[in-house]
Design a protein around this ligand. Structure first.
Ligand code: DX5
Ligand code: ZN
Length: 216
C-alpha cells in the first residue's frame, strides 16, 4: 500500500499541532515538513525550532524536506525522536554523498530530492546510499501548483533501476498530487505520496485522507 505524507505547508501553521492531529486521525503515515529558506526557493516557511516543537504533539513520524542552501549546516536542527527521513536537494549540495552520510550518521534515513529539470541520472552513482528518492513534480517553493507529468517517467525509471540493481530506496513524489493522479503514481512505482492542498484544502481533512487511502 502506498503511504501518504500530508504537507502542512497548506495547513493553518498557527495551529500546527491541531493540524497534525487531524491528519493523524485520518490515518496519514507521515507528516511532511517543508523547510524553505527564501534562497534555494522563493519562500520562507519554518526551521528547526518549529519542527522540534512538534515532536511529542503527534505520533506521526516526520518526513523533513529541506529546500535550503547549505543543508549540511542545519541537519542536526531537524533531528527529533520522530524524524524518520531528512531529504536534501541534489541541486543544493556540492558534496551530496557526504551530506547523505551525515544524515545517516545521526541515525536518520536519508533522502535526495530532484527538481523537475534534474534528471534521475544525477543521482545514479549514489542510489545505493539512499533511503529515499524524492521526485519533485512541481518546482519547489509553493503549495497548490499543477502536477508536471514528466515526473511519472522519472518514477518508473527509478523503479526499474531499483529492480535491476536490487536497491531498496523508497520513491516519494511531491507536488500537485491529488486523488486523480495518485493511482497512476502508484502504478509506476511510487511508495510515498506527498499532498498539501489536496489534503488541507478539503472541507473534511480526515475524510480526504481516507479517500486517498481508498485509491491507494
Ligand atoms: C513544494 C513542497 C510540497 C508542497 C506540496 O515546494 O515541497 O511539499 O507543499 O503541496 P501541493 O500538494 O499543494 O502541491
Ligand atoms: Zn515537500
Amino acid at each position: 500500500m502506498v503511504k501518504l505524507a500530508p504537507s502542512v505547508l497548506s495547513a493553518d501553521l498557527s495551529r500546527l499541532a491541531d493540524q497534525a492531529a487531524l491528519i493523524e486521525q485520518g490515518g496519514a503515515d507521515f507528516v511532511h515538513l517543508d523547510v524553505m529558506d527564501g534562497a534555494f526557493v522563493p519562500n520562507i516557511t519554518f526551521g528547526g525550532p518549529v519542527v522540534r516543537s512538534l515532536a511529542g504533539k503527534t505520533k506521526l513520524p516526520f518526513d523533513v524536506h529541506l529546500m535550503i542552501e547549505h543543508p549540511e549546516l542545519r541537519i542536526p536542527d531537524f533531528v527529533t525522536p520522530q524524524t524518520e527521513y531528512i531529504c536534501v536537494h541534489q541541486e543544493a549540495c556540492v558534496h551530496l554523498h557526504r551530506v547523505i552520510q551525515q544524515i545517516k550518521a545521526l541515525g536518520i534515513k536519508a533522502g535526495a530530492a530532484i527538481n523537475p529539470a534534474t534528471p534521475v541520472s544525477a543521482l545514479e552513482p549514489i542510489l545505493g546510499d539512499l533511503d529515499m528518492v524524492l521526485v519533485m513534480s512541481v518546482n519547489p517553493g509553493f503549495g497548490g501548483q499543477k502536477f508536471i507529468p514528466s515526473a511519472m517517467i522519472k518514477v518508473s525509471e527509478l523503479d526499474e533501476l531499483r529492480k535491476s540493481e536490487e536497491l531498496s530506496f523508497v520513491i516519494e513524489v511531491d507536488g500537485g498530487v491529488d486523488l486523480t493522479n495518485a493511482p497512476a503514481l502508484k502504478a509506476v512505482g511510487a511508495d510515498i505520496l506527498v499532498a498539501g492542498s489536496a489534503v488541507f484544502g478539503a472541507p473534511d481533512v480526515p475524510a480526504r485522507i481516507k479517500e486517498f487511502k481508498a485509491v491507494l
